[in-house]
Design a protein around this ligand. Structure first.
Ligand SMILES: [Zn+2]
Ligand SMILES: [Zn+2]
Length: 423
């Protein structure tokens, strides 16, 4: 593999790397416009705030395509979990804006049991924008509500979860979406893992009968306490209990895998992880991935997402992934901190990840597109230094904004990515 295999080869502007100064910042951070959505148009959890606001806010204006970051041509479909603020139809624009080749979204407020149905207007507009911005259903990975726990041994509570779950699945089908990613569930300390696993499989069978085609995609988890899904064997057991195997899949999260004790930092470790997944679950079930670096070390059981290249996983883990044909043509979704500046953070992370892929960098039009986003960063060290600078800048500017806003508002928006557990 060429120049980016290891981060040693420095290009002519290598001096920038050795200093604490930002590496040749060709593009000002303010150069790209903020998305024309509500001010919380960033970060997956913040999306619910937006959904809540949507009824009170004006409809979103059409975005200026000229300001969108270029999208590279690549079989590795990298994107992010974009904001649904103002309606699900806005996710398509929020994805196109950051040069995403894939995206994730919430279909409704992920912290509420019930939400108003999708409007005819939202559905129509979502579908039109999917065509306009050239996205197909196989690169979209909707994320389920966090409240759902299909493994809850309490029948009433499980039924409440199931209703929320089935409502999400029906929303997917109304939008023409193929996949639906969700957290398997938890024993809540009142059942064995085997019992919860069986309950989850039963719910999936029932849901598959009640819907037409959407594929229910189990996410692997960081493996804390009563949570199901930290061990690949849990996923395998759920799938074993599902009658229609064409309706079930898996989404692997890099941060969760690492936290659960599956290493993926070296080329061998990455290979071993996929081998283990293949032997335990089967690679044919892999429908998508979440790309997150980790704020905590291997086996920590903690779910703390970090910006790409800046955490315990490091950029090498993502180089392995971005050169592996086994993860081509599935949605690869960033859930990293944005500090409410998705174009600067995710836009650069997407370009950075594509730059790691040797096959992608060899396409001339991709090179100019990537250069317009990440400047002349060439080596892995340069990419990480550039990104660290971007993230720090965004963090500082978000803190300043938060201070200006009322204490209440900044508390609502400002804590989830930095302090709490991620999901
Ligand atoms: Zn997570
Ligand atoms: Zn998740």
């Amino acid at each position: 593999m060429p120049q980016l295999r290891r981060s040693s080869r420095l290009v002519s502007k290598s001096e920038d790397l050795d200093s604490e100064k930002p590496p040749a910042k060709k593009r000002k951070l303010s150069q790209t416009k903020e998305p024309a959505v509500d001010d919380d148009a960033a970060g997956s959890r913040q999306a619910s705030e937006g959904l809540r606001k949507q009824r009170a806010s004006k409809p979103k204006k059409e975005a200026d395509v000229q300001t969108f970051l270029p999208r590279v041509n690549s079989p590795w479909k990298v994107g992010a979990h974009v904001s649904s603020a103002g309606g699900v139809e806005n996710t398509v624009i929020n994805a196109a804006m950051i040069g995403a080749n894939a995206f994730a979204l919430f279909l409704k407020s992920q912290r509420k049991w019930t939400s108003p149905p999708l409007s005819e207007h939202s559905i129509k507009s979502f579908k039109e924008r999917m065509i306009e911005h050239k996205y197909t259903a196989d690169v979209i990975l909707p994320h389920g509500s966090y409240l759902i726990n299909l493994g809850n041994p309490d029948a009433d509570k499980r039924e409440k979860s199931y209703e929320c779950f089935i409502d999400d699945l029906k929303r997917c089908e109304l939008l023409g979406l193929k996949y639906y990613n969700f957290h398997p569930g938890s024993t809540v300390g009142n059942a064995t893992k085997e019992e919860s696993i069986s309950l989850i499989a039963q719910c999936l069978n029932r849901a598959h009968r009640e819907t037409k085609y959407v594929v229910t995609v189990l996410e692997n988890m960081a493996g804390a306490g009563n949570i199901i899904g930290g061990d690949f064997a849990h996923l395998k057991s759920i799938i074993d209990g599902v009658e229609d195997k064409t309706r079930v899949g898996v989404c692997l999260d890099t941060c969760h895998s690492f936290a659960a004790g599956y290493d993926l930092r070296s080329e061998n470790a990455w290979d071993e992880l996929l081998k283990q997944f293949d032997e335990t679950v089967g690679l044919s079930y892999l429908c998508g991935m979440h790309l997150n670096d980790s704020k905590t070390d291997l086996g920590s059981k903690r779910d703390r997402h970090e910006s790409i290249g800046l955490g315990y996983l490091g950029i090498g883990a993502f180089r392995n992934l971005m050169n592996d044909p086994r993860v081509q043509n599935i949605p690869l979704i960033l859930e990293t901190p944005t500090f409410e500046q998705p174009i600067d953070t995710w836009g650069k992370e997407i370009a950075m990840l594509q730059k790691l892929s040797s096959a992608v960098s060899e396409i001339p039009e991709n090179n100019s597109a990537l250069e317009s986003i990440i400047g002349d960063a060439q080596t892995e060290d340069q990419l990480v230094a550039m990104h660290k600078n971007v993230v720090e800048h965004c963090q500082v500017s978000k803190n300043k904004t938060a201070k200006r806003k009322s204490g209440k508002k900044s508390r609502n928006e400002g804590t989830n990515e930095d302090e709490g557990e991620d999901e």
